[in-house]
Design a protein around this ligand. Sequence first.
Ligand code: PLP
Length: 407
Amino acid sequence: MIRINENYLKLQASYLFSDIAKRVAVFQQQNTDIEVIKLGIGDVTFALPQACIQEFHRAIDEMAVDSSFRGYGPEQGYDFLRTKIAENDFKRCSEPIPPDEIFVSDGAKCDTGNFQEIFNDAIKIAIPDPVYPVYVDTNVMAGRSGLFKAGRYDGFLYLESGWDNNFVPNPPDVPVDLIYLCFPNNPTGAVITKTQLQEWVDYAREHRALILFDAAYEAFIRDDRLPHSIYEIDGAREVAIEFRSFSKTAGFTGTRCAYTVVPKNCMGFDAQGKGHSLHNLWNRRHTTKFNSVSYPVQRAATAVYTEAGQVQVKKRIDYYLNNAAIIRQAVTDLGFKCVGGVNSPYIWIDGQRDSWEFFDLLLNKAGVVCTPGAGFGLSGKPFIRISAFNTLENVQKAMGRVKNALA
Ligand code: PLP
């Protein structure tokens, strides 16, 4: 008899985006003359930067000729990309990140989801609430949780974010083994300071814990005082893994390219307390289960680091940040408290009511779609997330409608 992994039965079906789609479809049927503006899902709206497209085309042409064709590449990614990442993305760190500590992949979703595989089933996990749901569900699948009760899984330590901690949780009073942090945050848009991140690194060092630091939105940071990488923090190399992505940085959501930094001196421990290099374990896992990203995609990602690529990427992010500022101003003018929208494409708005109720209000009165905070965890219930990924025209129109509807 083929038995299933019964941990999958504990998973809560995610109805968030299908529920949103259903409600939007009903509204649209009843209001055929209103153009619904979607500021819900966090997907980019710009095409790939020209610099990336040119390299993409060139690499595809190489693949069309026997003499330049490439078959399987190195599982960890091509050196041409890893070198550019190492040279460019960690300039602010006191110690360089060498290219061979960088593992190229097809997404931060897969990497943040898969990394837990190299740890013991019994480790204690700290998970933010609200949260990017991948961290939770992958640990449930791995059997690290109990059942789902009253909005939460037994067995996880939830790190609540709210007004009392300005959406940056403090390290807990009890020891945990694995900590998920994401800054700039999805869904709240909150950012972490160096001092706050240092507290987490110190905590991890004290407890021989590990931080999985998701920096998928790093490119949106414009405030020079904020850390772009956890490796800007003293002592982080021994206790932190960092995830980055070209998705939101350069519009690779459909093209797929990301990377994970696993420092060689970052350790995990066996039952006897003996240290083992996580770099070696991840390398083993990665080379066994993954065959890297296609050659043209890695060439396209490398073009992000050219002069033209840098200009084009910055222009896109500036555009989204301008949208975010408009959204933030509009909701603030309406008297709502919000976080994010500065150094982040997301604005997390305290609706002071059930998030689905607020969602329905914006949809039915303004024809604007947001994401109800309840979809990101218990702490998200009174909030909605508005995303800046859209055209300026749509954002202006949407905010005008919201102001008229709620003023
Ligand atoms: N991490 C966070 C916090 C995200 O919000 C997302 C996508 O929305 C991802 C990772 C996924 O990134 P990728 O497209 O590289 O898989």
